[in-house]
Design a binder for this molecule. Sequence first.
Ligand code: ARG
Length: 576
Amino acid sequence: MTEFKHSIAASLKESISSIYPSADISEKEIFEMLEYPPDDNMGDVAFPCFKLSRTLRSAPAKIAENIFAVISAALPECAETAQIVGGYINFFISDTFLQKNVLAKLASTGADFGRTEAGKGKTVVLDYSSPNVAKPFHIGHLGTTVIGHSLKLLHEYQGYSCVGMNHLGDWGTQFGKLIVAYRKWGCREDIEKGGIDKLVEIYVKFHEEAEKDPSLEDEARAEFTKLEHHDEENLALWRWFIDISLAEYKKTYDQLGITFDSYNGESFYVDKVPEQIQVLKDKNLLKIDDGASIVDLSEYNMPPCLILKRDGSTIYHSRDIAAAVYRHRTYNFEKCIYVTSAGQSLHFAQLFKVIELMGYDFADKLYHVPYGTVSINGSKLATRTGNVILLRDLFETAIEKVRAIMEEKNPNMQNKDEAAEAVGVGAIVFYYLSSNRIRDINFVMEDALDFNGNTGPYAQYTYARTCSILAKLSCDADAALPENTAKLDKAERDLIKTFSLFPEKTQEAVIGMEPSIVTRYILDLCGAFNRFYQSCPIAACEDADKKKIRIALTRGTRDILGKALELICIKHPEKI
Ligand code: ARG
């Protein structure tokens, strides 16, 4: 729709200048005033005259009439007609423009239809997923992982080069505890076999035993100090704990089709902290409070930011400061985006403020992208009590249910396992990314898996339907658009109009850092395609030109829908 809006804005600018030479309004301002009417009968794009009425001191309806008189005599080619309703001028896009411009462009670009070069030459660093080592993914990690990766793909679609960083929580006293626990109760083979669950088991045991014997805590601290001083044996254990954990995380990343460019975790930045401590000291920002080093932020209505512990060791905040500086030096980023739960909003507000006070000019390029909490079937997740829902169990349940449905509907299907995994996992991701990220979500499995609802499976089925229609058409599937344009049916028109919104929706998703804009677009697209499919025969269409247009519509849906699903981390098998 953007191009249509641009020509309408240009014509409006010309008409307005000719009638009201004193009106001080630019084409850009006019463009931004254009609206999408809530209903098709009111046109495809509307120009409200209310704002002009204030500067021109005339009634909106009168202004609309005057402009209409001029513009209707010389409508740009892309507009079929225009009409006035109240203080609005409504413009109807022409069938020719929809075919010659939108559909023809889509036919040549395919899935790149919404791609731009807006971010060319600029780098975006995205810090997401970032689990704390030796703890399995729980449902709370779904948000950071899929929002983060989706934002990465969306930025790449706008031409940015992106660096996906998994800022692993791989440093801290918990490693001292794990080392003690492993030496006392662990068994190498058990852990090699049982993976992260076994690590959790010995970690929990450590806490149980430490209740009875607090000296274990001292032992753990001592082991961590040894680790900080590069004790070979402890370092080897620590690396091994990380490897065991990563092997587990990678299973989940594979299911989601997610990869990272860097796994530099918190430990990577420990030796880069002293340089930043010096900057803090030089700027007179560091204060000692009860032995610990802090930055006082009371002037900014925030609690103090803890920088070093009493024993001088680094913490989450100081490692994040060093990480931000390192990333800026290494990547010279345009944006550095951190995706975490809203529970960490204060952490990032403090971090960004301290970096600004330190005098780093990239402070305004740091963005925290927070998201809400997830409850399941109405019950909040009690993470403290260990009563957590693991992501892999949630995925497994969904996959099993999908497999059962497929077994019943299509017992002879090939690749059943692969498809069941794509649809089961996709259902959860789609459901999760359906609402605005900041909203708290109540997860209901039945709703997520409803094949007839506004769900992932519905979208994936729609995609598979486009593939199977095209496969049946065999060589006709590549048919080019006809030379001449045709009068479009309403369902065809609506579908092309929906296509035309894809570029702006993907741009809005980047600006608002909001993947759910794409999710909702996918539902609109599926709705428009399925209405078209029900009312317009494709293979059986007798008019040869119309048939070619309908084939192009099916191909266009396949390309945009496939890309849109990919952009929100959802796999889309060609056959389900
Ligand atoms: N490991 C942290 C957690 O699980 C998230 C890290 C986010 N990234 C960062 N640079 N602080 O809560």
